[in-house]
Structure formats: C-alpha cells, structure tokens
Design a binder for this molecule. Sequence first.
Ligand code: NAD
Ligand code: DAU
Length: 351
Amino acid sequence: MGKNILITGGAGFIGSHVVRLMVTKYPQYQIFNLDALTYAGNLENLKDIEKAANYHFIKANILEPAALKAIFEKHAITDVIHLAAESHVDRSIVSPLDFVYTNVIGTVNLLNTAKEYWKDDLSNHLFYHVSTDEVYGSLGKEGLFKETTAYDPNSPYSASKAASDHFVRAYGETYHLPYVVSNCSNNYGPNHFPEKLIPLFIHNIINKKALPVYGDGLYTRDWLYVLDHARAIDLIFHEGKNGDTYNIGGFNEWTNIDLVKLMCAQMDVKLGRAKGESETLITYVKDRAGHDRRYAIDATKLNKELGWSPSVTFEQGLDATIDWYLNNGPWLENVTTGNYQTYYNSMYSNR
Ligand code: NAD
Ligand code: DAU
C-alpha cells in the first residue's frame, strides 16, 4: 500500500541511511526528508538517491509549527519517522537549551501537527520516534538496559531525549496517537559526523593528530553498525506493536580505550604505517562532565518478537567504516572545515 512518509533529520547520519533504505526498498512509498540542515545535516549523504522518483527533500525546521502544518497538508503525510535532533552530548553540556528546543519542543510540535492532521481517522497512521539508550542512564559493571528499565538520564542531551519519549507516550495515552519508540545504542558507520568518537578518531589518525581519550578511557559503549539500525527501524515501522517500545543493540560492548587501540591497529595496516605507530597519538584528556560509565542494550525483545539481529560483526562493520572514510576524503574534508573547525578548537583547547 502507498504511504507518504515524513522522515525528519534525514540529512543526518542515521537519518540518511534510513531515507536511502526506505527510498530504494519501497518504490511504492513517497519519502519526504524534512531537515533544517544544521551543522550535522549534509545533503551530500544522499547524493546517490536524490533523483529517485519517490524521494523529496524539504528544508524546514521542526521548531516552526506553521511550516509543519503546511507540509502535512501539501503532501498528505500518512506516517512520521522522527530522527531530527541535536545529538551530541558534549554540545548539550555547552548549550542545553538548543537541545530543549529541538528535541523537546520540536518533537511536541511534530506530535501536535500529526495529531491534528490525522484526527478524523487515526487508523493507518504511525508516529515512529527514534530515541537512544542514554535515557536509561548509566550501568554499573553488570546488567543490561531492558525496555522496562526506569529512565534516569544524566546529560542535558539524554534528559531532552527522555522528555521527548515521554511526550510521545503521553500523546499515545491521551490522544490515542498511534506510535512506536525505539531506543538504540551507539551507532557507527559511513557519514558519521566527526565530532563523535569513531569518526573523529579516524580523522585524527589519518592526519596524525592527538586522539583525546576522556578520563581513564574505561567507559563502555555498545556499538551497532548504522545499517543494522536502519534495518531495525524498517522492521519496527512495519511490524512493531502500536504503543510499544523496542531496544536496539548489537550485544557489542567495548571500553573506549580498547576500541581506540583496535582502530589504531586496523588503520596502521591500511595506511601502511609501522605497527603501534597510531597508538602513540593516544592522549588522555579531562573527562566529560556527568560522563555515563557504561551502556549496554538487551535487544532480546526485538530479536524474539520481530526476528531482528545484526547483519555484520563489529570487525566487519569497523573495517567497512574505516575504508569508507579513507575512500571519501572530500566528504571528510568538507565537514571538518569552517564552523566545525572553530567548534573543535573550542572543545579541545582547554582539555
Ligand atoms: P545527527 O546529528 O547526525 O543528525 C541530526 C539531523 O537532524 C541533522 O540532519 C540535522 O540537520 C537535523 N536537525 C537538527 N535540528 C533540526 C530541527 N530543528 N529541525 C529539522 N531538522 C533538524 O544525528 P544522528 O546521530 O543521525 O541521530 C539521529 C537520531 O537518532 C537522533 O534522534 C538521536 O537522538 C538518535 N540516536 C542516535 C544514536 C547515535 O549513536 N548517533 C543512537 C541512538 C539514537
Ligand atoms: O548511546 C547512544 C548515543 O551514542 C546517542 O544517543 C548519541 O546521539 C551519540 O552521540 C552517542 O553518545 P556518546 O556520548 O556515547 O557518543 P560519543 O561518540 O560522543 O562518545 C563515545 C564515548 O567516547 C564516550 O564515552 C565519550 C568518549 N569520547 C568521546 C569523544 C568525542 C572520548 O573519549 N573522546 C572524544 O573526543
């Protein structure tokens, strides 16, 4: 059946992979990519599909309700997959309000628009909210985040995402808006903006720049290849239960320092450097404020109920990711000049 799907944040890292998957896999759907093109939005990410007949880009901001209303009316939007967000924890520590505006108020604007536009018949519509495992807070040495784990966010970013999740559920309860929420662990892969650990360190290793490891480097993250996240979103969008929540993760925990050493070793080989050369770039710097010690997702429900599991191992995914950055120098160059460079200098100069 045809659908007119509004995907927000489709020019960003994960959004661009979701847009590509939906555009290519479902020619019967019209895909509307709504993105404000902030520093993190990059239409280069979608160059290969921009001419597809069922793909449409709309430059708009979720902070503008009138624009959202006009978009729903003009394109008869049937479903929303909402990824637009401010997504970087370090930026949220510097500018929390930006996160409140986009992640909380922007999400509520979108909920209001969908609720109003779909009010005559809520059936056959879906508001899919893409969220993060960070809403659950930090784990000790043991245990995993389950869908039933209580929310306990620690950073302004995760607090804003937690608030947006609560609003989505509240609209489901109060106005019967059909919705699903998914909470995913750390993604990595092509098109990841080099302010986040993996792409930043790939960029710095290539350029023989210091690798700034926060604190003792023993913080743990659970890494998932971005295309596997996109596959999970596709599956949940089509088969998820109304009002339900799904955790997505790869059962793939790494301490930051072990991960960085693995990247250094893989890149020494690819760059023809001596064994151990890139590791000498590792520099321990001041810790992130409120740094969550460990994230780890229990994705059993998604596996048991919908049959999802990751399609690549971490070694395969990391290898493909490094190759992508090595083969896409102009993309990396483009996003690491200008404003980003100013941000980078201000973030790391006093660490
Ligand atoms: P990103 O920062 O790469 O992309 C965000 C996109 O949203 C950009 O294209 C940006 O231009 C757009 N955007 C920002 N503010 C906007 C606004 N006001 N109006 C319209 N568009 C706006 O983010 P990402 O890493 O791709 O994350 C996408 C979503 O997935 C976010 O909701 C994030 O919380 C969630 N998530 C991310 C991860 C991860 O590891 N990156 C993991 C789990 C969940
Ligand atoms: O868990 C999902 C979340 O993962 C998403 O919701 C966020 O949008 C995404 O940014 C990511 O958050 P993290 O804070 O975990 O990712 P980041 O890449 O910023 O950091 C990963 C780990 O590496 C974290 O422990 C901090 C550390 N780090 C990060 C940077 C940028 C460093 O040691 N040095 C660095 O320079």
